[in-house]
Structure formats: C-alpha cells, structure tokens
Design a protein around this ligand. Sequence first.
Ligand code: ZN
Length: 435
Amino acid sequence: MVVHDPSKSGKRAALDLASFIDASPSPYHACAEAARRLDAVGFTRLDELASWDRTSGGAYVVRGGSLIAWYAPKDAGKASGFRVLGAHTDSPNLRVKPRPDAGRAGCAQLGVEVYGGVLLNSWLDRDLGLSGRAWLRGEHAPEARLFHVDRPILRVPQLAIHLHSEIRESGLQLNKQTHMQPVWATGTPNAGDFVAFLAEQVGVDSGEILSWEAMVHDAQPSRLIGREEEFLAAPRLDNLCSAHAATSTLVELSEKGADLERAVVVTLFDHEEVGSTSRAGADSPVLGDLLERIVLSRDGSREDYHRAIADSVCVSSDMAHATHPNYPEKHDPDHSVFMNAGPVIKLNANQRYASEGETEALFQVACERAEVPCQKWTMRNDLACGSTIGPITAARLGMRVVDVGNPQLSMHSAREMCGSLDPGYLMSALNAFCD
Ligand code: ZN
C-alpha cells in the first residue's frame, strides 16, 4: 500500500499547478518550466546530436515545444520496460501571422491565425498578453529566444448588442478571419511595428529578428474560485494539468532513485491540438527513438528494445469532460463524471481512446493503492468522440496504453475550470502507477 502523501492532497497541488500554468503561456514556456523543475532535482539536459553514455539517473531532451524526460534506475535490466506518462503542452489559441501589422478605423491591430479548436467567443473582451519565441540571427545559426509579455497589451473587442440585431435570432456568429483580430494601439499601423515591439522584448535590434512563433494568452492569473475554493479557474488546463502532474510525479519518483523497478518516462508533446503530425508531435518517431537510445545506452540490443516495449505501459493523460450541469443531455446518463471525484478512465470501443480492459484494470488498481477515487467515462453514441495521443502512441509503438484525465468544464475556452482537489488526486494516481 502506498502511503498517501499529504503534500499532494488538498489544494496544494492545485496552487502549484496554477504557478506552472502562469509560467507556461506557450508550449516553449511549458517545456522551459518543466525543465526548470527537473534541473532543480539534478536532471541533465541532453543534446539529441550528442552521444549518450549515461546509463542511469534523470535526463531530458527538448525538441521544439516538446520535452521528454526520464529517470532510469541504476540496476534496470537491459530489457526492462518503461512506465510512460504522456501529456501535451499546446492549447488552442491565436497566433501572430508572418505579416501581422494591420488595422483600420484608427486602431492598430495584429493579424492572427486560429490554432486548434478555439472556443472563439471566450477570447472576446479579455485582457490578453503575448508570448512565444523569436528567432534571431545567431553567430553561426539562427538562435531562439523566449519572450513573455504578461501585461494586457491586446484585446478582441466584441460588437455592441445595439449594432448586432442578428445576435438575438441566430446567436453569436464569429468569422475567424474578420472578427478575431486583436487591437493593440491607436493610430495607423506601419509595417515593422510588430518586429520593433518583439525586438524590444528580447533586447535586440529589429534587424536581428528573422522569424517568430508568437501567441496570445489570457493575462489574468489562475486562481481558486467557488464558495469554498472548490475549483481552479485557469487557462490551458487542457493539458497543462496533466503535464504538471506527470512532471511532478517524475520529480518525486526520481528522489526514490534505485528503488524504482522500471524507468519512468514523461512525454510532453506539442501539436496535439492539431493532430500530432509534426517533427516533435506524438505522431513523430521521437518517443520510439528515445526509448531505443535508453536501451542502447544500457548496452541492450535491438531485441532488448522490443522486449522493453512489450514490458511497458503508457498512461496517456488528457483532460476529460465533466458532466455539465446546464447541459446534462450532452452526456451519457449512465457515465456521469464529476469534478473533485478523481481522475477519469476514458473508454471507447472504436479506439478513439487506447484504454483496454487490462490497462483500465491496472490504472484502477493504481488509484486504489493511492487511495484516490476514480471514474469511468464513455461518449454518448450519438455524438462524435474526441481523441488523444493515446491511440497514436499505442499504434506507433505497439505499447499498452490507458487513456485517463481529470474532469473539467469549458474545455478549449481561453479560461477553463477544474476541481481544486483533482490535480492532487491525479498526481497520487500517477505516482502509484509508476512505483
Ligand atoms: Zn487536450
């Protein structure tokens, strides 16, 4: 029996999650924040170009907006498998176009592209910041520099109801091209305004900036809300809640060191919200290649790698839909899922989720050992079901996978909400699963 650790119980985990989210407005910042936490407990950042001679301990690699970290116990056998905790770093948002300087009617605006399945209305009339990375002329090759503007510099203003009679009959209809451009100044826009602003943020001359990956975020800090602070209101809970739980679990397990039975691997993937098909996404070879390199670095063979995969299980953690109190008819009435009632195992016979009877049972046992509640969920038969990195990981590697996640409301809103007890429950469950 795993002794329940009071540091993870209650709302402490939710408050730590809030600070993780506020430090992570973009996938690049999420990787940097996870790396900062791993560095603090002695993990080593490895270069994918270098030869890895290490055989045990904690290490990680960063590829674009993805981070993969692992802790390998000293005496792991060559063919010993992995416990993989998977999540994603990206969230739907608005991203700055390559020629963004636009505007009319006395306002300077930024041209933005819609990334992923954005709930467009949730971005209206909000105080918005800007973050991402700028690519500078390096001495030998382009060099990335992160930036994070947390003061509210942008706003997408909603049309007044007096000018919008259609809204009464047909509800709010938003055009992604014409209605979602944020304003950020008065006056006439000039080509080069955005580059000049960006250059100032990263402390270089405009001519040094070659390109950027810049995105908009809700500048309001995450906070506990509700009569007795039952909820956490925050942007990007999908899926920084899981990324935070996986990273925290790895930090905690690494302190046990040699007592671990198998290596624990955390995969924080970018590009899940747009299908995972990218150089750093879950549908890339990055995880398989890395696991193979870990086996090779402990003098294992290609056969040992295949044996290790057969011995491995992945918990793919992504947020789940809590039953919405205003729309209960949107949910299967026999599979209601509640906030502050523990992580959810997601099941779908059509394999939109990768959970199988065996992995479902394994996760349930882990929750029992951690003494946290757990829930089971399926989609209504008459609604289309979402998916996760779970089926991609299962199909790419042939690894056993269970799809889980904490329940939330307002998924893909600029500001989402979840139960304030659930982040601690998920961490305890992941910990027990890997131990
Ligand atoms: Zn997600």
